[in-house]
Ligand binder design. Structure first.
Ligand SMILES: Cc1cc2nc3c(=O)[nH]c(=O)nc-3n(C[C@H](O)[C@H](O)[C@H](O)COP(=O)(O)O)c2cc1C
Length: 390
């Protein structure tokens, strides 16, 4: 296993998880990497580690550069186990090493591993001299855990932001330009939409700090390293953090007998008549984590469900539960569905949208059993109306 020198005497020594397809509820068809970085200076520093089962892979990369026993500092930017899972084994191999982390990081590591390690607890703005370089730590709480912080090396114009700017991609390429903007942007958007979306305010604060720093490389803890598309990723992160969307619509629905689908397609028709591009997602074939990137870029979110046992379909309520946690703001909502007698499903969806603080300018479309052509034409007209207010 080879290390990759990303700056003079700074090495990527992470692990590539080719097999990962499911990551706490998020589908990862391209797998992922856990990126750890080894800095060789007067002091030897390892920044973050890898998920426990890739420890040997990380170790073999480290050994190509230094004897792991010589590690002086282990920086833990984030406690989550995909990055800290190999901390115990590294600390066993480097018993003289100190763990550099935030106050919340120390608490989190103690709760996770119950070990008596030597800590250097750093506050936001603290610096640690390691020889010819300085490590500067900036806390970024809730991007995306309370312990999260970034490490900045001014002499190298290098930012190690842990999960921020990450993407779930397993690849032999280590840099953004080796894969190309389209793939890296797609996975960065999916990552943001599924992990970072609730923390827009905190991301904005972190971006304010980052924009003051001279940076030419951002090396996150998942996926490839940003060196060529830096201005572009910073720009889209700002847009996402501000919940800015395109003039686009997303229709998400499920159906038992096809009626709600007919309504979905009539809405699509009407919106397209009004010049709005529409993405249509069927909950039986699209996983909720695959739908989130569409939510990220769509101003209008239309959600349809038939009524089942006095409520919405469980697949729709699962999607809404996920959406509620991820808290997309500034959206225009529209609820629709088919029913037999009570019709509660679509009404519940509308109430959900209002509880999210979304604008819901039009009433629900709730049609009994199979919609007729005249009803579908009225639905198309609703779609046109909605398209006009976007
Ligand atoms: C198992 C089952 C339970 C249902 N429960 C209700 C209900 O509680 N209230 C209601 O209004 N309709 C209920 N319906 C009727 C459906 O909502 C209706 O058939 C609707 O047209 C289905 O829409 P779809 O074709 O999009 O699945 C139920 C249907 C099924 C199959």
């Amino acid at each position: 296993m080879q290390p990759v020198e990303i700056k003079t005497k700074i090495y990527w020594v992470g692990g590539i998880d080719w097999d990962l397809r499911y990551f706490h509820g998020y589908l990862t068809p391209r797998g992922t990497t856990y990126n750890a970085y080894l800095i060789v200076d007067e002091k030897i520093v390892l920044v973050d580690t890898v998920k426990h089962y890739l420890f040997d892979e990380m170790l073999s990369r480290i050994k190509k550069v230094v004897d792991p026993a010589k590690i002086d500092y282990l920086v833990v930017n984030h406690v989550e186990m995909d990055h800290s899972g190999s901390v115990p084994k590294i600390m066993d191999l480097a018993p003289g090493a100190k763990i550099v982390t935030s106050p919340q990081g120390k608490k989190g590591l103690e709760r996770h591993y119950k070990r008596n390690w030597d800590f250097v607890v750093v506050n936001s703005g603290d610096e640690l001299n390691i020889g010819s370089r300085t490590l500067k730590f900036v806390h970024t709480p809730m991007v995306h855990w309370p312990d999260s912080m970034v490490t900045y090396i001014p002499e190298e114009k290098l930012l190690l932001p842990n999960d921020a700017f990450g993407q779930h991609i397993a690849s032999i390429e280590r840099f953004d330009d080796e894969l190309g903007w389209d793939v890296v942007h797609e996975e960065a958007a999916k990552y943001y939409a599924n992990i970072v979306l609730p923390y827009g305010d905190q991301v904005n604060k972190a971006l304010d700090v980052v924009s003051q720093l001279p940076i030419d490389v951002i090396a996150p803890s998942h996926g490839v390293i940003w060196r060529s598309f830096l201005p572009r990723i910073l720009q889209v992160y700002r847009r996402w953090a501000n919940h800015e969307t395109g003039k686009k619509a997303l229709i998400v629905y499920d159906t038992m007998w096809g009626s709600t689908k007919k309504i979905a397609l009539a809405l699509q028709d009407g919106l397209e008549d009004a010049g709005i591009p529409v993405t249509v997602r069927f909950l039986q074939t699209s996983h909720i984590s695959e739908i989130m990137p569409d939510v990220l870029v769509s101003k209008a979110v239309l959600i349809g469900t038939p009524t089942l046992n006095n409520g919405m379909l469980p697949s729709v309520s699962a999607f809404l539960t996920y959406l509620k946690g991820l808290r997309p703001k500034k959206r225009i909502g529209f609820a629709f569905g088919s029913y037999g007698w009570g019709g509660q499903g679509a009404k519940e969806v509308k109430a959900f949208m209002q509880s999210m603080g979304w604008e819901v300018p039009l009433d629900v479309v709730n049609l009994q059993y199979i919609p007729g052509e005249d009803e579908l034409e009225a639905v198309r007209e609703m779609g046109r109306k909605l398209g006009e207010v976007l």
